[in-house]
Ligand binder design. Structure first.
Ligand SMILES: *[C@@H]1O[C@H](CO)[C@@H](O)[C@H](O)[C@H]1NC(C)=O
Ligand SMILES: *[C@@H]1O[C@H](CO)[C@@H](O)[C@H](O)[C@H]1NC(C)=O
Ligand SMILES: *[C@@H]1O[C@H](CO)[C@@H](O)[C@H](O)[C@H]1NC(C)=O
Ligand SMILES: *[C@@H]1O[C@H](CO)[C@@H](O)[C@H](O)[C@H]1NC(C)=O
Ligand SMILES: *[C@@H]1O[C@H](CO)[C@@H](O)[C@H](O)[C@H]1NC(C)=O
Ligand SMILES: *[C@@H]1O[C@H](CO)[C@@H](O)[C@H](O)[C@H]1NC(C)=O
Length: 414
């Protein structure tokens, strides 16, 4: 008898450290589930389900929790909720479901919220300037449609177009957002074009939200005015921000890295891969050497540097956005682009995670130091890939026609 007792005691000794009071685990699970699904303590079936699982978790561990104050107080609160919300009325059918081990089909569960370190930010604005997920900043002059971000949850595609009739001045004129079909959303399509009066208030099908979650919208269009709209994908903690100024659009994307990871190639996504090499513009050098830049690319200096600097400082841009603003204003003279830089800056400050903001700031300081070390620019040829002069252009045509002539002469012989 005493041996049996001893054996039991030894077993308990072994069990104790492996299976102590798990009240913290139960509470953590409850809190997480509540947060993910935006559950509020109310008399709803889902809340009662979650409450029941929680109480079961507590009940399973109660014999290890004697004298644990946290255990007793939270159990008390939850039991009170259980009574107050009359959760028994749902209990029987829950039991049935559990008994049958029937998994809920196509249930929308919100992703766990990411830590701010895991959040990524990308922005395309102005003439255009690109802030990539890895913090690189580029100015480029691509034309045509390209994906900015593309993953299994959503696609953001931008169309860049030459709007000013000058060489190499392109801007975003169309933004297409495709939300892919998911347990939390049907397939949705949003489209903004710069030649419309304002940004659309909803998706192409006329809806403005999806309510697949138990209590909150999984996806919604948050329209502020004709010039600003946010498309929020709450279930993956991601958002797409579109702005409009006159004939220009800009777009910013914020998303956790787990959402952005794709099995596929990211080489085509601008936020990961950047602009195509040959379309990149050395914007800092252009601002330093506007005459050479204008000659090389057959552009015009519309506003002198000094004036552009004053204007851009006055609207409150700084850092990277100040640089972008000056470049755009000098080479287009267009004040819409000044506002677009300022708006891109306010989105960046509001939305980009703090570590990313300081990365961008530090990086600019380093680049400027490097740039100043290399001054004065020794350059007959500061810029690559200059556009051919009209004279050399016609020369190459004559060259071509010479070739053609030779060919035509040869035909009869052959
Ligand atoms: C709590 O656990 C005991 C056994 O430890 C069990 O008899 C009882 O039914 C459980 N209660 C609930 C509500 O699960
Ligand atoms: C949709 O829900 C089902 C069942 O809950 C799950 O198996 C599936 O992986 C979910 N699909 C997605 C895209 O999350
Ligand atoms: C960011 O990625 C691009 C494209 O892969 C690369 O060229 C660039 O060096 C990267 N920048 C940083 C800061 O890592
Ligand atoms: C810049 O100038 C220095 C001397 O002034 C010369 O050695 C160097 O080759 C030049 N670099 C280029 C890219 O022309
Ligand atoms: C184009 O013409 C300008 C003067 O008109 C000249 O300075 C420049 O070198 C020329 N560029 C090319 C590529 O021929
Ligand atoms: C075209 O013109 C260049 C000089 O401008 C010359 O070197 C080349 O041989 C010409 N090509 C042909 C096919 O005539």
């Amino acid at each position: 008898m005493s041996i049996v007792y001893l054996l039991l005691y030894v077993i308990l000794l072994f069990l104790e450290p492996i299976n102590p009071c798990r009240v913290e685990e139960c509470a953590a699970w409850f809190q997480k589930t509540k947060d993910y699904e935006n559950l509020v303590p109310k008399a709803t079936e889902r809340y009662c389900q979650v409450l029941q699982t929680y109480l079961k978790c507590m009940n399973d561990t109660q014999k290890f929790c004697h004298g644990n104050l946290r255990f007793h107080s939270s159990e008390l609160v939850m039991r009170r909720h259980w009574k107050e919300f009359e959760c028994e009325k749902w209990e029987s059918c829950n039991e049935n479901q559990m008994g049958l081990k029937k998994k809920p089909v196509n249930t929308c569960y919100f992703n766990p919220p990411p830590s701010s370190r895991k959040l990524k930010y990308c922005s395309l604005f102005g003439d255009p300037h690109l802030i990539m997920f890895n913090g690189s900043i580029q100015t480029c002059s691509e034309e045509g449609a390209r994906p900015l971000v593309d993953n299994r949850y959503f696609l953001v595609q931008v169309t860049n177009k030459n709007v000013r009739g000058e060489a190499l001045t392109t801007t975003v004129t169309k933004v297409t957002v495709l939300i892919r079909k998911h347990n939390c959303s049907s397939s949705l399509h949003y489209e903004a074009t710069s030649d419309e009066e304002g940004l659309p208030r909803g998706f192409v099908d006329g809806t403005t939200y999806q309510a697949k979650g138990s209590s909150s919208n999984s996806v919604e269009v948050l329209w502020q005015d004709n010039n600003y709209v946010e498309i929020a994908l709450h279930f993956i903690h991601s958002s797409i921000h579109i702005r409009r100024q006159g004939p220009y659009l800009s777009v910013s994307v914020k998303a956790p890295s787990i959402v952005l990871e794709t099995e596929g190639d990211v080489a085509n996504e601008m936020c990961w891969a950047g602009c195509r090499r040959r379309s990149r513009i050395a914007a800092e050098t252009a601002v330093e050497e506007p005459k050479k830049f204008a000659e090389c690319y057959r552009r015009r200096v519309h506003v002198p540097k000094k004036v552009a600097e004053d204007r851009c400082r006055n609207v409150g841009t700084s850092g990277t956005f100040f640089d972008a603003c000056i470049f755009d204003l000098m080479f287009t003279g267009d004040d819409y682009l000044v506002h677009l830089s300022r708006n891109a800056q306010s989105d960046f400050r509001r939305l980009a995670p703090h570590h990313f903001q300081s990365q961008i700031i530090q990086q600019r300081v380093r680049q400027q130091q490097e740039h100043n070390r290399n001054l004065p620019l020794n350059s007959t040829q500061v810029f690559d890939n200059c556009l051919p002069n009209s004279s050399s252009f016609s020369k190459s045509i004559t060259n071509c026609s010479a070739l053609l002539a030779i060919f035509l002469i040869l035909i009869p012989i052959l």
